[in-house]
Unconditional design. Structure first.
Length: 259
């Protein structure tokens, strides 16, 4: 069965300057032993991505596939670190990035390089990469958002950013809210799924992000962090937000999603 490792945990923090853009990043090892990276984080995390791979005894040249859930700066900036990987993107996402109407978070100047690299694979529908590993279109956050079904788990990128997107107003930015809601319903139906608050949240709780969160709650952040006004959801919702991007099968009723 394919194995999923959390390379980087996501965190939904914002500041008075901008949202932080700390997206989740996952390393998948298929049943055939090939390695797949789902999203590549932001440009400021290039060294972090490589170091995280190294801790799992992997190097950039060992990655066979890179699946980009969409082309926002915090998810797709580091695809070029993987010289042997096939880069998988939805064709509508590339077209959107090339258009004059793309939102400002899109890496629009990456698309000519992606097209020229010789390793770009554009998809237009559900696509099986290997047994038990399937790319699923989930438009809404952007036109070409894609998720990855891995056995009984789903990696969904910003198609489902947090539990908030299940119950409350859609977290921004969203290109098409109606399509986004349809994609969320599709993701839930595919796995009879609930947000996982176990493996993801447990690993995050031991990390630096959890310490940052506790310091913020107590007003103990260093001066530079107070100056930019770092903030995040309430503690009761933080566990759900840490589990963003990752769905596991569950038999709980929709009431389990209530805030």
């Amino acid at each position: 069965m394919p194995q999923i490792e959390i390379l980087l945990s996501g965190f939904p923090g914002t500041s008075s300057r901008c949202f932080l853009g700390w997206s989740g990043c996952y390393l998948l090892t298929t049943t055939r032993g090939r390695r797949l990276l789902f999203d590549t984080a932001g440009y400021n995390e290039r060294a972090t991505v490589i170091n995280s791979l190294s801790r799992l005894s992997a190097a950039p040249q060992d990655v066979d596939f890179v699946v980009l859930s969409h082309l926002h700066f915090d998810h797709a900036a580091n695809w070029d670190l993987f010289p042997n990987a096939e880069i998988i993107v939805h064709e509508r996402e590339i077209a959107y990035a090339d258009s004059g109407g793309a939102d400002r978070a899109v890496l629009r100047y990456h698309t000519p390089v992606l097209r020229a690299c010789g390793r770009l694979r554009l998809i237009s529908a559900e696509t099986a990469l290997e047994d038990g590993v399937q790319v699923i279109p989930v438009p809404g956050h952007t036109p070409g958002c894609i998720a990855l079904s891995v056995g009984k788990e789903i990696l969904c990128g910003d198609a489902l950013k947090s539990r908030w997107d299940l119950n409350g107003p859609m977290a921004q930015p969203v290109w098409d809210a109606d399509l986004a809601r349809q994609s969320i319903a599709k993701l839930k139906q595919l796995g009879n799924a609930s947000l996982s608050r176990s493996r993801y949240a447990a690993r995050t709780a031991r990390g630096k992000v959890a310490r940052l969160w506790r310091a913020w709650r107590k007003g103990l952040l260093p001066g530079w962090q107070r100056a930019v006004g770092i903030a995040s959801p309430s503690l009761g919702d933080r566990g759900a937000c840490n589990a963003a991007h990752h769905i596991k099968p569950c038999t709980r009723t929709p009431a389990a999603f209530s805030r």
